[in-house]
Write a protein that binds this ligand. Sequence first.
Ligand code: M6R
Length: 610
Amino acid sequence: MCGIVGYLGPRTTYEVLLEGLRRLEYRGYDSAGVAIQVNGHLEVIKAQGKLSVLADLLAQRKPEGRSGIGHTRWATHGPPSEINSHPHCDCEGHIAVVHNGIIENYLELREKLQAEGHKFKSQTDTEVIPHLLEKYYRGDLEKAMQRALKDIQGSYAAVALVDKQPGLIVAARQYSPLVAGIGEGENFVASDIPAILKFTRKAYLIDNGEMVVVTEQNIDVKTIEGKSVKKPVFQVKWDAAMAEKGGHKHFMIKEILEQPDALRQTIGQRIRGRGPTLNLEETKFSDAFLKRIKKIVIIACGTASYAGMAGGYCIERLCGVPVIVDVASELQHRECMFDKSTLGIAISQSGETADTLQAIRMARRQGAKVLAITNVIGSSVARESDSNLYIQAGPEIGVASTKAYTSQILAMLLFAMKLAEVRGAIKPARLRGLLRAIKKLPDQAAEFLAKEAKHVKRLAKKYLWCKRYLYLGRGPNYSTAMEGALKLKEIAYIDAEGYAAGEMKHGPLALVTEECTVMSAVVEGEHYEKSLGNLQEIRARGGKVIAIANEGDAEIEKYADDVIRIPKTDELLSPVLAGIPVQLYAYHVADMLGCEIDQPRNLAKSVTVE
Ligand code: M6R
């Protein structure tokens, strides 16, 4: 889970690399480095810590050259240190490599190479690549790469430079993302499009088993066996400013506030007319297949899996199709989950999460079809699935997923409507009512943010003393409880647990004392009365209660110490709105505690290792 970038051209190479790495810092940020071709040799500059440390070094040394590679790291093998940071070199420093992924057989390769006399400096798996290139290099980096890759098992996006062939970069991909950016008289490679967006809007999306041979004038895409591949040019439509903080202190708050727009984009042209009607032609599955589905399995991790819980609840209620949700890291070992009558729904913001990808592969191997709900067009999850439903939420940079979460739920809701319609499981009037309610969600999210955001911030301050939280919910808002607890844990580093409210009496109630704050989504609908009962149990034991309840609900005041009001919608859709206050609350608590919100410790945005 690292970020890689490469550049060839007339600009100041280290500045282009730094710019790219800044855009990729969300992929890892424990150390960074560059290698630049300078007058026939490679200058390698690396630093432990944030990118700013490397930037200072580069500003002092100003390496001049027309080609270079860079890397921002999230440690997998070997702790964060200057030695372990990339680029890694061969024995003599003629070849430099940056890599994202894991070389599974690196110990075996390392021992073999050491026995042949190669000297290793780091504890990383990556270092075997430059040594293999050194072993196979006979004046042609492309051929050396092809040969080296035959020895390697695992996942990689690897980019290499050699001092003897200035003006050449060779990169290869197997399971880790890689794009080649097309410029005029200059070219780029990177893990992800934002890294090159400032310089070009045209790129090739490199697939598994492919490599690119790049010069200032040319990009040749080939298979790793060396066969030419004809690739379509991918036109990037994102605006560079979309990926900036837009004047906010953190990406996270910017992205929380963007939710009305993100939700609007998710709906896009999918709900049409005054009727209204639903148009999800893009999902490509035939009606016959949708009618045949006997079971749905959600394939996702973390926040995306909670979005799957919320959407899955809606599918079960509307369509009567059972939905199983398990995190992808476990799911990939539950081999009896998939068959031909099962639909897997893979949910992933980045589209690059390794566990999710593994579970998708297993599902498809066993005959299931997979629908991908992702944010990143052309991502691995999108490409490895049978069909796609893009959430269109725009780039999400903050490590804590926010706008992607609510948009993922919304995309799931749309799919639930489609499935219910095709299977004849919903009355037309009910479907129209739900579609109308969905269309209102973006405005309701905006209304909530306008009316309640300051109140949520005040509550975060009022409860800043609290070091133990329980998040509760029932039915569709069980997911809100899970997501609320995760948000507080990951950015404010506070102990928080999410529970189905009905489970309290089976153990967690023992945790409730005056030191414990309980946040609970108690929206009007089927689960309302029972949820009130749970709040009573908590207050009887001295616990403090913050309720997320509907506007106009007077009853709730008797059961809660504080109330956050969200607009009223159908209970099935309510997790979209209830998800926003839990994000805002965690954000303000973390901000008041001085936490590093956009880059929480030990975490990275895109988890491309299992
Ligand atoms: O990119 P993905 O949606 O596949 O990522 C899945 C999780 O790693 C992610 O949601 C993670 O839990 C976030 N840090 C939550 O805020």
